[in-house]
Ligand binder design. Sequence first.
Ligand code: NDP
Length: 446
Amino acid sequence: MDEKLEPVLAEIERRNAGEMEFHQAAREVLETLGPVIARNPDYAKDSLLERICEPERQIIFRVPWIDDNGKVRMNRGFRVEFNSALGPYKGGLRFHPSVNISIVKFLGFEQIFKNALTGLPIGGGKGGSDFDPRGRSEGEVMRFCQSFMTELYRHIGEYTDVPAGDIGVGQREIGFMFGQYKRITNRYESGVLTGKGLRWGGSRVRTEATGYGTVFFLKRMLEASSKLMEGRRVVVSGSGNVAVYAIEKLQSMGAIVVACSDSDGYVVDDDGIDLALVKDIKEVRRDRISSYADERAGKSRFVKGGSIWDVPCDIALPCATQNELDGKAASTLIKNGMIALAEGANMPCTPDAQRKFREADVLYAPGKASNAGGVATSALEMQQNASRDSWTFAQTEQRLETIMYSIHDRCAETAEDYGMPGNYVAGANIGGFIRVAEAMRALGVI
Ligand code: NDP
């Protein structure tokens, strides 16, 4: 790391003690900024870097709710409003037992640069709760969401902070939260949340956007290296929103997806994953992925625990969660002949895995760039809400595709410009950073 940047990271580690995921995300960005500071030393002045790494505001709150047996439960809610130099804070809400301030800060920090890369007017933020929706009834999820919004509503707004979904938060949860916001404020303020249902202010393609967008980015990255998608064997981790729609787009482009997973284990289906069955299990029945193998007996197998990255493939798409792919998994993928990896999840590859991909010279798309399709389409949802309009599926998907190609090209050109051709990590970090840094400098000491 550049010697001017080392003290910045040391200070982040000191002030945010114990926040390992946040340290990891900050280190990854700072490690790539050396050439930018060398070319433009002004970026290292006026504590600009320190300010970018410090959230504008962090909100932590109690979320009490009552379960189906009448017992009072309590969770912790978070919203980190990280940077609003480019627009209202924008980023999802995650409901998962692992959520803590470190995870929310790492996600919020990444979101700043991701949102900048889209070229759209959105700042960066993230939030969530350590609430575990698994095994909870619809009534319990609704009461939790209502209680969560009873505090959150005072911090958000169409021009202030616009949350969306993430792990454990889909259209159902956004609906419960939007309903509560509307009750409390007595305003039908559609633009306050994105990921809404189509009948109540949502955008076509938002559900599909992160998965589709990741595959658009992947396609462009392969084409830039004169490689094709068709006929490739692909492994996709997860079976949630991002994974399902990544699989859908991959299959429509002629790739063969042979494995997917959830937190219990993974399924392998050499004929190609039956996506209709996965959707039925995950979106309708809200069941475990192991039942896929039960219903495709003889054609598919379920491996409990273990690593999905042991399954040989040409392309890997981690679409579950952070740090799900470590150095050992990276070595296995490389040994098995993988040519490209695109991150659907946020920070799914550990620093060790990233280093191995760099050394092996495989194509590697960081989530900050490749999974930006979700937030980009959220911004398109805000545009439609603001103009009281609703676009067709084809029109919206076309916008998404154009945005993903332009993010790809911005990363590739920036990496090239800074003497690191093919390094999409550097391209994404530098491209996003410059846009935010320029806006912050223009707005005075903020
Ligand atoms: P979902 O909740 O819809 O799905 C998450 C999937 O990952 C599930 O299959 C889940 O399995 C699995 N998973 C979650 N946590 C773990 C874990 N600790 N270990 C193993 N598997 C796990 O979430 P999304 O699909 O929305 O999000 C997936 C990733 O994509 C996250 O990193 C998120 O931040 C990122 N992302 C999402 C966007 C969006 O628009 N939704 C936008 C950009 C990034 P199980 O059901 O067993 O928990």
